[in-house]
Design a protein around this ligand. Structure first.
Ligand code: CMC
Length: 428
């Protein structure tokens, strides 16, 4: 007999099915709760709520496990290939050689932006935040690809996914060039995904930027580690927007907006600014830890803590050793890496962090790696977005294909004034 949960409310007894995931995770199905009791559940920030079932990414936060379509994240480290991982996430299995080639060809075919979109960059203030530009540009893509506003089949989904994943890096690079007053460098169809992005970022009309294999691998790894993370804030946003049957461009643009926040993707910028302040002598590592523990200070140790991981974030572990590898090849140490290691050491020895199970998260070491590639701090969250795009697309597709999907519409517990009368202006 399948397991059930029993809820007693007043004189009513409600039996609720328990659904079990493929890794043994259990959830109480409360879908009949309101119909049968007239009540709703109260779970602000959804810390106890599974908003959907999903077959894309598995996380065990207590053990520090992350798997994409069942494959442990550590298995992508050896020969990192972001395009392959994007295909895996979106289509549900590893691609065959010809499938990967065909998807890579589609990425190459779609790497240019419509000239109309290029001209829009000229109207944007040079100091505009790159995340604002990215979100607006993704939405703008809908104007140039209206044939994809209603995605009805897997083939057009593949075509729109290729456009988004390809064009996002051109947009990111162009917004960087615009902020520096540099001419746009058009993509080079002979380069692979990551190398092509670095070329658009750093080549000059008279000098081709040479991308080393180490840097290309490090970028691929960075993008893979950010590619999906189940129902986080931006992905839930993409699903919420998508649940209204909004198109993929609009849904992903909303995801970028959510990711911008400093508690989410924006944390990588905060980490770097914090490390820089420590390095420049603005604060010491000890002072930083003291402030993080002091609730009055409103200061957080950015890059630490996670809603799901109550153990070392496996992505942070990989990025930490990737930083060691990259700096060994560059033969140019970064003092901020030493500062980060010192902070980590102090935090992990501290009772406050131990009691709350606060460990380094993906953002703690990612910025140092991006800095080694020459990516400026204000582009860090844009880099996170490029990585996360396949995850958003995969989640949107999964939701779109699920016949039980309904528009997302949470309830609330109203706490405002009870019924009162409108008062005309002269009587107020
Ligand atoms: N520094 C100091 N204290 C912290 C931190 C931190 N970074 N993170 C959590 N805490 C404390 C928090 O004050 C609370 O203490 P108390 O129990 O005394 O009130 C306790 O730990 C539990 O924290 P919470 O805020 O209830 O946890 P949450 O699950 O709501 O928040 C978080 C998760 C990631 C927003 C939070 O840990 C945080 O703000 N971290 C810093 C920002 C950051 O690095 N964000 C990137 C997350 S990973 C990338 C991504 O997925 O976007």
């Amino acid at each position: 007999m399948s397991e059930k949960a029993i809820l007693i409310v007043g004189d009513k007894k409600l039996e609720m099915p328990i659904i079990v995931g493929s890794e043994g995770e259990k959830g109480i199905d409360i879908s009949q709760l309101r119909a049968q009791t007239g009540m709703v559940t109260y779970d602000p920030s959804f810390g106890n709520t599974a908003s959907c079932s999903s077959a894309i990414t598995f996380i065990d936060g207590d053990q520090g496990i992350l798997r994409y379509r069942g494959i442990p994240i550590e298995q992508f480290v050896e020969k990192p290939n972001f395009v392959e991982v994007a295909w895996l996430l979106i289509f549900g299995r590893l691609p065959k050689r010809e499938e990967l080639q065909s998807f890579s060809d589609q990425l190459t075919e779609n790497e240019l932006l419509h000239e109309g979109l290029n001209h829009q960059y000229q109207q944007i203030p040079v100091d505009a935040p790159p995340m604002a530009i990215l979100s607006a540009s993704l939405n703008n893509l809908a104007c140039y690809h209206q044939q994809f506003l209603a995605v009805e089949d897997i083939e057009s989904l593949g075509a729109v996914a290729a456009r988004l994943i390809s064009k996002v890096r051109t947009m990111a690079a162009f917004s960087y060039r615009r902020s520096r007053g540099l001419p746009f460098i058009y993509p080079d169809p002979h380069l692979r995904y990551g190398a092509n992005f670095l070329h658009m970022m750093f080549s000059l009309p008279y000098r081709q930027y040479v991308v080393t294999r180490e840097m290309e691998d490090a970028l691929n790894l960075f993008l893979i580690l950010h590619a999906d993370h189940e129902q986080n804030c931006s992905t839930s946003t993409v699903r919420t927007v998508g649940s209204a049957r909004a198109n993929l461009f609009a849904s992903c643009a909303a995801g970028v907006s959510a990711l911008w926040g400093p508690l989410h993707g924006g944390a990588n910028v905060e980490v770097m600014e914090m490390l820089q302040r420590i390095h420049d002598g603005g604060i010491s590592p000890d002072e930083c830890i003291r402030m993080a523990k002091d609730k009055e200070s409103k200061f957080k140790l950015f890059g630490f803590g996670h809603r799901v991981y109550k153990n070392y974030d496996p992505r942070a572990k990989i990025l930490r050793s990737c930083c060691d590898k990259v700096f060994a090849t560059l033969k140019r140490p970064d003092p901020l890496l030493d500062t980060a290691r010192k902070l980590e050491e102090l935090a992990l020895e501290d009772k406050y962090f131990q009691d709350r199970k606060l460990y380094p998260n993906v953002d703690f070491y990612s910025g140092i790696l991006l800095r080694a590639m020459g990516i400026p701090t204000n582009m860090f969250t844009v880099m996170f977005s490029i990585g996360r795009l396949p995850g958003w697309i995969a989640q949107w597709k999964e939701q779109h294909e699920d016949p039980t999907t309904k528009i997302v519409r949470p309830r609330q517990i109203y706490t405002g004034p009870t019924k009162c009368d409108y008062v005309p202006m002269e009587q107020r």
